[in-house]
Design a protein around this ligand. Sequence first.
Ligand code: FMN
Length: 300
Amino acid sequence: MNRILTRKVPSKAERYFSTGVSMITSRGTKGPNIMAAEWVIQISYNPILIAIFIQSGSQTLKNIEKTKEFGVNVASTDQTTAINVAGGYSGSEIDKLKIKNVFKIIKSRKIKTVMISGCTINAECKLVRKEKIGDHIMLVGKVVYIKHNDVKSPLIYHKGRYFSLNSMIVQDRKEIIVSKETLEFFTRLSCGRFVLKCTGVLVKFRHKIMVIKWSTTGFETIPFITSQTGKNQRDLLIKFLNKTGLDIQVNTEPIMKRLILRNKNKIQRINFVLFSGKSKKLSQAATWKSIHMDVIANSI
Ligand SMILES: Cc1cc2nc3c(=O)[nH]c(=O)nc-3n(C[C@H](O)[C@H](O)[C@H](O)COP(=O)(O)O)c2cc1C
C-alpha cells in the first residue's frame, strides 16, 4: 500500500502553510529507513528538543518506537528528488536508502541510525516523549549531536511545491540621518542590543514639541524611558514623568515607530512606543522646541 495515498490530501487552506522539509532517518528490523516530513520543529533551546509528527502505520514510527532514536536531516534545495522518494514510498514496500544515486548516507556520531549528507541541518535525536495528537503521533527527540551547513540553502514547502529562499525582506523602518551626538546618545542607551526599545510621550503645541534635558548628557529629547521587560510601559512612563515633575496627561492608545538612526555608516535601530500627551502647565523641567529643528521629533 502506498503511504502517500493514506496520508490525507490537505484542503486548500492547509496547503497555504509554509514549512521546511526534513528527511527522518530511522532503523528497524527491515534495516535503515528514511521518510519525508514537513511537520518538524524545534521546540526548546536548552535542551535542544525537536518535535516530529508522524502518521500511525508508517515504517518510521515502528522503527523509532523500537530503537528510541531518529535522525532529523533538514533538506536543502538540491534534494527534491530525495524528498519525493522518501515521501512517496514506505520502507515496508522498498528499501529506499538502497535506491541508486538518490541518498548520500553518512555515519552518525552519537546514535546508530544513519544520517544524510548535503542537508542544511543534521540532528541526531534520542526519543524522550511520544504522544498521540489528533491524527498524528508526536515524537519529541532530545538532540545529542547537531551540525549545520552554511553553503546549502533550505528547501521550502508551500502549496505542495518546493521553493528556495531567494531574497531577504528588508524590514520596514524609517531611516533618519542624525548627528554623531544623537546617534551616540541612543547607542549608549542600547547597551549593545540590536534594537533599542523606548516608550515616550509626544506633547505638541502649535509647531513646537515638549523636550526635556537629560542631566547626565545635557541632551534634549522628548520625555521617554527605555523599556523594561514584563513591565507595563505606560505605567513606567507616567512614573518617570511624575518623578521628573512633569504634569502630563498620557493618552491610552500608543503608536509604534520603527526607526533606524544613521550617521555615516553607523546605525542604531529603535522601536519607539509613543503616546500623545497633554500638559496642563509647563513645568520647569521641560522646554518647547521647534519641530522643524528636531529630525527625530519631526519624523514621529
Ligand atoms: C513533502 C512531504 C512532506 C511530508 N510530511 C509528512 C509529515 O510531516 N508527517 C508524516 O507522517 N508524513 C509525511 N509525509 C508522508 C511520508 O513521508 C510518507 O507517508 C512515507 O511514505 C512514510 O514512509 P515510511 O513508511 O517508510 O516511514 C510527507 C511526504 C512529503 C512528500
